[in-house]
Design a protein around this ligand. Sequence first.
Ligand code: BGC
Length: 249
Amino acid sequence: MNVLGIDIGGSGMKGAIVNTATGEMLTKRFRIPTPEGRKPKDMAKVVNKIVKHFDHKGPVGVGFPTIIKHGVCKSPGNLHKKWLNTNVHELFSEATGLPVIVINDADAAGYATMNYGTGKGKKGLVIMITIGTGLGSGAFLDGELLPNFEMGQIPYKKYDKIEMWASNAAMERDNLSYKKWGKRFNKFLKYVDTLICPDLIILGGGASKDFEEYKDCITIDTPVVPAELQNHAGIIGAAAAAIHQAPKD
Ligand code: BGC
């Protein structure tokens, strides 16, 4: 089925039409910068613009960069505080007039890798970590999503959450080399490993494509591999979510 996948981030909102049988993107990616202020109504308008750009009439899947519980935003994360308790599912469905499924962005990226990529057919506990403005995590047990694992929210030293110290944004902010940042990221992976003991960790997001640069910093025993869908995983996985999570009647 052809589904519009939309990946929402703090700086950009990106969409493409995806063939959910194969995970292939059938169009080029279309990107609009996230409106300043990152408020619900403004962002809903952009979602509708992306729908109009593709003249899309079918299902839409959206990956959203905060905790999403049954369609409702349960933490504003790096967005405007008005998002807290907003029913994102309803807001986007009304803005577009289409059936929209909304899930956490890292859960969406995980759907991509588990359905079409490195994670396909992998049993046990597989964790997708997305490295970007924050550190997102998506957990899959025998291929089934356990929504809203938020490993990036672990407090660390003076930071409210470890993602503020070990994300891609932190690397840029503190002007770190991959070697230096890799040590921080390894510390984060050690927490993940100790707390939930996964069978496999798959890395996505910006820094995953440069894995060779920091892979020697990773010392945990659990296998850690980069996802091959990288930057498109958010869009492809959001589209896959629209199929997996569509209401059954
Ligand atoms: C949020 C997560 C999100 C991640 C990546 C974090 O700040 O808490 O829900 O998946 O950023 O966007």
